[in-house]
Design a protein around this ligand. Structure first.
Ligand code: ZN
Length: 259
């Protein structure tokens, strides 16, 4: 049976977006995504009004979000009061793509951890019983004699192999930490699997905020900030790793939110 068409963005999808933005991106980018969830296909001018960044600043963050394929832009030519035609950008979240990008990035992160783990498991190190000099497997070519023995470069004793334990166990715990910290994200992805979003959500039409009454107050922004800051501890380990485009650090936000 086909999934029914959803005409509203499910809360779980919004939560996934908050988790990801909160965990891996700058607070400013997280805020923009949050505003785009509240105001689908918002005009750039309105977004500036809400978020109080200057245009150049805003476009910098918007560019990052566009490069990540999280948002799309719609350009509309509008005529102002004096009859001049001006171009206006409208931004909206590309929900389907967002889910796929997250899946893809998680997959890459996991693969990288697995590869590192495999390499470190197989990485032998050597120690010279004579002078205690240590070598890695990268030195093997240098140590190999014509008879195939591995001898110390300095004292010519035959070196002994020892399997390094430390990197192996730390890699394993890295995988454990990854699985643990990403669990809420994997769970949400699983629950969102196969969702069918209505075309009006995927390709919303430009909407201008007409009256100033519809402009959220600063209290709204404050509540957004608070909702972001309550999900604090996950990803703590991973924000410091550079895994492809997920390399944005959380430090920026943490230092602010701890005040
Ligand atoms: Zn030696």
């Amino acid at each position: 049976m086909a999934e029914r068409v959803l005409t509203e963005v499910p809360e779980k999808l919004k939560l996934l977006i908050r988790y990801i933005m909160r965990g891996f991106y700058k607070i400013e980018e997280a805020l923009i995504m949050d505003l785009l969830m509240h105001h689908p296909c918002i005009k750039e001018d309105d977004l500036i009004e809400l978020i109080k960044f200057d245009r150049k600043q805003l476009r910098g963050y918007i560019n990052t979000l566009k490069q990540e394929h999280f948002i799309k832009v719609r350009m509309r030519v509008e005529t102002d009061g004096e009859g001049r035609a001006t171009r206006h950008n409208y931004y909206y979240i590309s929900y389907n793509v967002f889910i796929n990008v997250v899946k893809y990035k998680l997959h890459n992160m996991r693969r990288k951890i697995e590869n590192d783990e495999r390499q470190s498991t197989h990485r032998a190190s050597f120690i010279c019983p004579g002078c205690r000099k240590q070598y890695t497997d990268l030195d093997v070519g240098q140590l190999m004699t014509v008879t195939g023995q591995l001898t110390c470069y300095y004292c010519q004793s035959e070196v002994e192999e020892e399997m390094s334990e430390t990197p192996k166990s730390s890699q394993q715990s890295l995988m454990v930490r990854f699985n643990h910290q990403m669990e809420p994200i994997y769970k949400l992805l699983q629950e969102l699997d196969g969702i069918n979003l209505a075309p009006e959500i995927l390709e919303p039409q430009p909407k201008e905020m007409k009256s100033s009454r519809s402009v959220p107050s600063p209290m709204h922004l404050l509540s957004v900030l608070l909702s972001l800051s309550c999900q604090s501890d996950i990803y703590a380990d991973f924000c410091n790793f550079v895994y492809g485009p997920f390399n944005y650090v959380i430090i920026n936000f943490r230092s602010r939110s701890s005040r």
